[in-house]
Design a protein around this ligand. Structure first.
Ligand SMILES: Nc1nc2c(c(=O)[nH]1)N[C@H]1C(S)=C(S)[C@@H](COP(=O)(O)O)O[C@H]1N2
Ligand SMILES: [Mo]
Length: 388
């Protein structure tokens, strides 16, 4: 090979961390992390924008808490793994393009472009996700829409990348064949050093990913709260549950003559708070599971939505639209799918942990349903509507 002086080629990078085995192992772990992140992210997206074919069970009550916790924590684990992988493969940047063979040059350029898209999309997803959990939006676009769209770019790039690299990864990951073993029998001390260097790099990468997950998992795993110094949310907050949007931020003013309105095709009913409190109440332990990954359980007391509809004489077994006193903001309304609307654990809650709801938790009443994203647990409810 003709070498221009001063310009390296991949073979110049001889550190064990650049071995194909290291890149393949890290690739496998990253594949698992990204796969989990993508599937759980897709679920969260469909829950918030349900296509006609999509259904989601109401039990176990912690299901969304689990899937969204997995989403955020697999994303956290992917950050150090991606950095380690990029370190491992960066010498490939110095591969000489096969300029004399136009067809191979095209294939090379395509492969390089797909890797560039994959790396950019992966970084975009991890960085915007991290900013989102920190509730910081130093950009002009709407986070959920961009995060969702770029996820498809990342997963497309990933599948293409895996397809292209599978032959190399297979060889790197397969146990040494007998022939290789005989060659290895004459192994030099250098091979041993390389092997232990590879193991050390992989162990360090896995260790950093593990620490990152343990350091943040307290946002959603109660018994890890003490060992998670980086958890961006704790169980603290008024009445033991964090608040994302306060009553003041949402400019909520509850009118003196507040009444809950129930509307359905051909009917209307209203109740005062005292009348609502006089109906049979149900108490349930249910979590608030925010899309940001934090979650916390509380003991909620209120009237099951399905009982309220029956009491009013409204039809059941259909979706129900919930509206808040809030007039600004994206989360002023939400729709309960039929399964959630019919579940007796879906409450119009008046109390939290034995106390009347504080204004920030949604006074006079709020929705709390099992296995549902926090953004859809509408606070300051003023109307239930069974659409036509
Ligand atoms: N009306 C209304 N309800 C809302 C919101 C909102 O902005 N407006 N935020 C939601 C979000 S994102 C979450 S995570 C939960 C948080 O509930 P909490 O403040 O009671 O903990 O409320 C949800 N209900
Ligand atoms: Mo949320």
């Amino acid at each position: 090979m003709i070498r221009r002086p001063g310009f390296p080629v991949p073979e110049d990078f001889t550190a064990p961390s650049h071995a194909p085995l290291v890149a393949a192992r890290l690739g496998r772990w990253l594949g698992v992390a990204f796969g989990l992140c993508f599937v759980t992210g897709l679920l969260s997206h469909y829950l918030q924008h349900p296509p006609g074919w999509f259904t989601w069970p109401t039990r176990p009550v912690n299901l969304y808490r689990l899937t969204q916790g997995t989403h955020v924590l697999s994303g956290v684990a992917a950050i150090p793994l991606l950095l380690a992988k990029l370190w491992s493969v960066y010498p490939r940047l110095f591969v000489r393009p096969p300029v004399r063979q136009p067809i191979r040059l095209c294939a090379h350029a395509l492969e390089r472009t797909s890797v560039l898209i994959l790396v950019c999309a992966a970084f975009f997803e991890l960085v915007t996700g991290l900013f989102n959990v920190a509730q910081s939006y130093p950009w002009g676009f709407f986070f959920p829409a961009a995060h969702y769209a770029v996820a498809w770019l990342a997963v497309g790039g990933l599948l293409l990348h895996v397809a292209v690299k599978l032959p190399i990864a297979r060889v790197a990951l397969s146990p040494p064949s007998r022939r290789e073993k005989t060659v290895e029998a004459a192994a030099t001390a250098r091979d041993d050093r390389d092997a232990s260097g590879r193991r050390a790099f992989l162990r360090t990468s896995a260790g950093v990913a593990g620490i990152a997950v343990l350091g943040t998992a307290g946002v959603t795993v109660p018994w890890l709260r003490r060992v998670s110094p980086l958890a961006w949310r704790s169980a603290s907050g008024p009445q033991g549950i964090p608040i994302n949007r306060t009553a003041a931020a949402a400019r909520i003013a509850v009118p003196q003559d507040w009444r809950l309105e129930i509307l359905w095709p051909g009917g209307r009913e209203t109740l005062s708070l005292a009348e609502l409190a006089a109906l049979p109440q149900r108490t349930a332990n249910l979590p608030i599971a925010c899309v940001e990954g934090w979650s916390a359980a509380a003991r909620w007391t209120g009237v099951p939505v399905v009982e309220l509809l029956r009491w009013a004489g409204a039809p059941t077994g259909r979706p129900v639209r919930i509206s808040s006193l809030e007039t600004i903001g994206r989360y002023a309304t939400s729709t309960l799918p039929a399964a959630h609307a019919g579940d007796p654990l879906t409450l119009l809650a008046l109390r939290i942990n034995g106390e009347e709801l504080s204004p920030d938790h949604g006074y006079p009443c709020r929705l709390i349903a099992p296995s549902r994203p926090g953004v859809l647990q509408t606070k300051w409810v003023t109307r239930l509507e069974v659409p036509r």
